[in-house]
Design a protein around this ligand. Structure first.
Ligand SMILES: Cc1cc2nc3c(=O)[nH]c(=O)nc-3n(C[C@H](O)[C@H](O)[C@H](O)COP(=O)(O)O)c2cc1C
Length: 180
């Protein structure tokens, strides 16, 4: 994985990819798939939605850190399987043969094989809707990832990989954040 500029976080998270969210509970690492996320501004704030029925929730509340890992098609089936078990009673890294790599600013790990990983700190929790407000603190890209298409969950158990790209950069010039 290669560190890239912080602004790149938006380009991975704005398209609404399926994420693998790693956490550290003070004893061990855990990971969960998550499709409910969104950018909040141009300053690296993002929102995630989850709740206490997931083991990851307590780690997010207490340790206030996570890594948002963006899997490509190669990891999709594994990502879904990861969502069928809980870190409460399963070491998912061992069960699914996941390779963790050290993050630089937070304790939860990066996931090897992902297209990109965004290290985040939890800044706020909004209990009414289980919304965590995160600040991206470091962004990594995987230059050796062969298939860099990101995955979109449809919500009914089906998924889509990125399709045809369209480039309207010139038309959007005034609306693009500095650095992108
Ligand atoms: C494709 C997919 C998307 C998911 N998205 C979310 C989500 O956005 N929010 C959430 O709370 N749970 C989501 N889940 C469910 C959790 O990933 C699942 O309950 C997981 O086992 C929790 O793991 P944990 O108990 O180790 O934290 C999703 C599961 C799958 C398979």
């Amino acid at each position: 994985m290669k560190k890239v500029k912080q602004e790149k976080a938006l380009t991975y998270l704005e398209p609404g990819p399926l994420l693998l969210v790693t956490t550290f509970d003070g004893r061990k690492n855990n990971v969960m798939p998550l499709s409910w996320s969104m950018p909040l501004d141009f300053d690296g704030h993002f929102a995630l939605c989850t709740g206490p029925w997931n083991y990851s929730f307590a780690a997010l509340r207490k340790q206030k850190e996570c890594v948002l890992c963006v899997p490509g098609p190669d990891l999709l089936k594994t990502a879904v399987q990861i969502g069928t078990v809980s870190g409460a009673d399963t070491d998912k890294f061992q069960k699914f043969g996941l390779t963790s790599l050290p993050a630089s600013r937070v304790k939860p790990p990066l996931l090897d094989g992902c297209v990109a990983c965004v290290e985040c700190r939890v800044e706020r929790f909004l209990p009414a809707y289980g919304i965590f407000v995160l600040k991206a603190v470091c962004v990594w890209e995987n230059p050796s990832c062969a298939d860099k298409r990101i995955i979109h969950a449809v919500g009914d158990g089906t998924f889509r990989a990125d399709g045809e790209p369209f480039n309207f950069r010139r038309l959007m010039k005034e609306k693009l954040p500095p650095g992108l």
